[in-house]
Structures are given as structure tokens and as C-alpha cells.
Write a protein that binds this ligand. Structure first.
Ligand SMILES: *Cc1c(COP(=O)(O)O)cnc(C)c1O
Length: 377
């Protein structure tokens, strides 16, 4: 009998999502707007504690429009962590601005704030225009906002928080997505909740919310004859998909609890293993989106790649940490302040199956495969 594959973070959808989607279809609102979008926006805004939320058809679209609303464009720089998913940097390039990559704190994978401070000081001294800083809440852990907020405020640069992976996470009692002038979530298939594809921009700023809504709906002016004074985009979230999002949001806390269980299991499995640590361990506000181990091959006597190969043979999916942006061929020559921390995490980190839909049978299979590997070392 073929063994079923265990995925890294597959969608966790069931009867509640089916019911919500069915009702949305039957309502007749099969359109890129509608009452489910309005309700989903209101529910996410309430959860996060922002005045506004604007649903988009991806997290990338929300980043793009957030940057445009902050005025990013040609001859400007946007500071981005080098350790992130490609979309963060792509959104900057879409606007005509240039990314400037900054390395990470090796203990969390989030942006290195001392380095960010240095970079902002240098850019200001050189008379460069910085449109925004985009901190990323890596793997569902908020960046160090106690320090990032004053550093950016002192430099007079707004923050666009990339909380694509961090819905439900918090730091010092404040929700991920609420730290910047604006923030974004992704509801892609592998994220903590999914609408199959979708995103959202969060802000307290009326002007930004209005501007993003306008740009996302083809920048159509509120007159009958389709008048346009801007180049717009077709970036709104589908009403049917927003309905799926509402069902997922109702289950968010349960899904985070399950991911946290898996995290605690991995912590036990690796507790006594020399040279292995869990990335960002001990943050109480972590939503545990992905559990990442970091392995020092000299101390452990093995490298993460060997564990990945062993698990792949057992049909268990794992994934390296993001390849840093400053190493990406497409960003060759882009300015970067690099310490080597992101590059080390890229070569020594491994994300393990972390999905909330994982059954106990699957969890036991992963645990057994890891135990088997460790015993063979
Ligand atoms: C997933 C992700 C995005 C992009 O979101 P999409 O909805 O896939 O467009 C952006 N930034 C980070 C850090 C992500 O993980």
C-alpha cells in the first residue's frame, strides 16, 4: 500500500468551511466583493485591533498597495530583511523603489535592529529617500517592535509590517499586523488560515485604507461612467473565498493550539540532542506557524540536509529556511547590510511538518522517523 505523504503545512479545511462557502454561493454574491468580504474585514480588524482592514486577492497585493499608499516609488529605498519570502522584496520592485536588504538576529530570524538602525542612519546621512521599512514576523513570531518602532520613528520612516505568516501572534499584548502604519496578512494555502489565496491590509489610517481600497478596485472613481484618475489594480478578495476565511478565523485559536502542541513535541524530541535548537524558542506570542530546528553540524555530528533526506525517504516533507534575498540571482547587485546570520540559518535550519490538520498517526510517524534518524547517528 502506498504511504500517504505528510506535508509541511497543508490547508486545514473541513465541514465549517464547506458550509460557509456553500452559503456564499447560494447568496448569489459570486463576485470580487460582497457581504462576506465586508464581514471578514470587520472580524479581522476587530481581532487585530485596527480601525480598518482591506481584503485583497493575495498578501503580495496587500504589500504592493501598502507601499504605494505610503508613497514608495522610483528613486526611493525600502528596507527589507534579507531573510524573507521573495514576495516582500518583489512588492518593493513593483513600485519602482529599490530594496535594501538587512540581515537577521540569529536567535529569532527577525530583522537585526542594531543593523537596521545603522542602515537608516547611513541612508539619511547620504541623503537617500527611504519610503518604508518592512519588518517581517518570521514564521509567526513578531519582530522586536519595542526597538524597531523608536528606531524607525527617529529616522522618520513609516513601517509596513509583513505579518503574512503571523495572524494570531502577539508581542507584549499587541497583535501582529497592528504594529506599523499598515500591516498585511496572507491567506495563501500554506498559511495559518487560508482562503486558498488571499490577503489583507490592516491600518488605523483612514487615508491609507481609502487609498488601498481605491487602488485595489481598478481605481474607479465613484461615478457611473467609469472615470479614472489613477492606474488601478484588480486586487480585491472574492466573496466566496472571504466566506472560507470567516470559517477559518472562527477556528484560528484551535488551529494555533494544535501547532503549539506539535512545537512542544519537537522541543521534547530534540531537548537532549547536542547542537540542536528551535528557532525563536520561548516567545509566548508565537503562533507556531512553522517549527524550525537549527543544527550546528560540528556539535551534532550531522547536518540538517541528512535529516531532510531521511524524512523525504519516509514521505515526510521538510523545507530549508528561506534563501536570503541578497543571495538570490534576481537581486544581484542590490544593496545589503549582511552579517552572515541569515546565510547561516539558510544552511543550518530546517522547517518540520507543522500543519494544524496533522493527525496523531501522522505526528507519531514523524516522531518515529526522527527517532530512527537520531538513533542511527
Ligand atoms: C506568504 C508570504 C507573503 C506573500 O503572501 P501571498 O498571499 O502568498 O501573496 C509575503 N511575505 C511573507 C513573509 C510570506 O510568508
Amino acid at each position: 500500500m502506498p504511504v500517504d505523504k505528510i506535508y509541511l503545512s497543508p490547508p486545514d479545511v473541513g465541514p465549517l468551511e464547506e458550509q460557509y462557502a456553500l452559503l456564499a454561493i447560494r447568496s448569489g454574491w459570486v463576485a470580487p466583493l460582497g457581504p462576506e468580504v465586508d464581514a471578514f474585514e470587520a472580524e479581522v480588524a476587530r481581532r487585530v485591533g485596527t480601525a480598518h482592514a482591506v481584503g485583497t486577492n493575495s498578501g503580495t497585493a496587500a504589500l504592493h498597495l501598502g507601499l504605494l499608499a505610503l508613497g514608495a516609488g522610483p528613486n526611493q529605498v525600502v528596507v527589507v530583511p534579507t531573510l524573507t519570502f521573495a514576495a516582500t522584496a518583489n512588492a518593493v520592485v513593483y513600485t519602482g523603489a529599490r530594496p535594501y536588504f538587512v540581515d537577521c538576529d540569529p536567535s529569532t530570524g527577525n530583522i537585526d535592529v542594531d543593523l537596521l538602525d545603522e542602515v537608516l542612519t547611513r541612508l539619511r546621512r547620504d541623503g537617500r529617500q527611504v519610503a518604508a521599512v518592512i519588518p517581517v514576523d518570521m514564521f509567526g513570531r513578531c519582530a522586536d517592535y519595542e526597538r524597531i518602532l523608536p528606531v524607525c520613528a527617529a529616522a522618520g520612516v513609516p513601517i509596513l509590517e509583513d505579518a503574512a505568516e503571523a495572524l494570531g501572534a502577539s508581542r507584549a499584548g499587541r497583535a501582529a499586523g497592528s504594529f506599523g502604519t499598515a500591516g498585511i496578512f496572507s491567506f495563501n494555502g500554506n498559511k495559518i488560515i487560508t482562503t486558498s489565496g488571499g490577503g489583507m491590509l490592516l491600518t488605523d489610517d483612514d487615508t491609507i485604507a481609502h487609498r488601498v481600497r481605491h487602488l485595489a478596485t481598478q481605481a474607479r472613481r465613484p461615478v457611473a461612467h467609469y472615470e479614472h484618475t489613477d492606474i488601478g489594480y484588480n486586487y480585491r478578495l472574492s466573496n466566496v473565498l472571504a466566506a472560507i476565511g470567516r470559517a477559518q478565523l472562527r477556528r484560528l485559536d484551535t488551529m494555533i493550539d494544535r501547532r503549539r502542541d506539535l512545537r512542544e513535541n519537537y522541543a521534547k524530541t530534540f531537548a537532549a540532542i547536542p547542537g540542536v535548537r528551535l528557532l525563536g524558542e520561548g516567545d509566548p506570542g508565537d503562533n507556531c506557524w512553522l517549527t524550525v530546528i537549527v543544527v550546528d553540524p560540528d556539535e551534532a555530528g550531522w547536518a540538517v540536509g541528512e535529516l531532510a533526506t531521511h524524512l523525504a525517504e519516509q514521505h515526510i516533507e521538510t523545507r530549508p529556511v528561506w534563501m536570503p534575498m541578497h543571495l538570490q540571482p534576481v537581486h544581484a547587485g542590490v544593496e545589503a547590510a549582511v552579517t552572515g546570520a541569515a546565510e547561516r540559518l539558510f544552511s543550518t535550519g530546517l522547517a518540520l511538518p507543522s500543519g494544524s490538520a496533522m493527525t496523531e498517526t501522522h505526528r507519531a510517524r514523524v516522531e518515529h522517523a526522527i527517532d530512527e534518524f537520531l538513533a542511527s547517528r
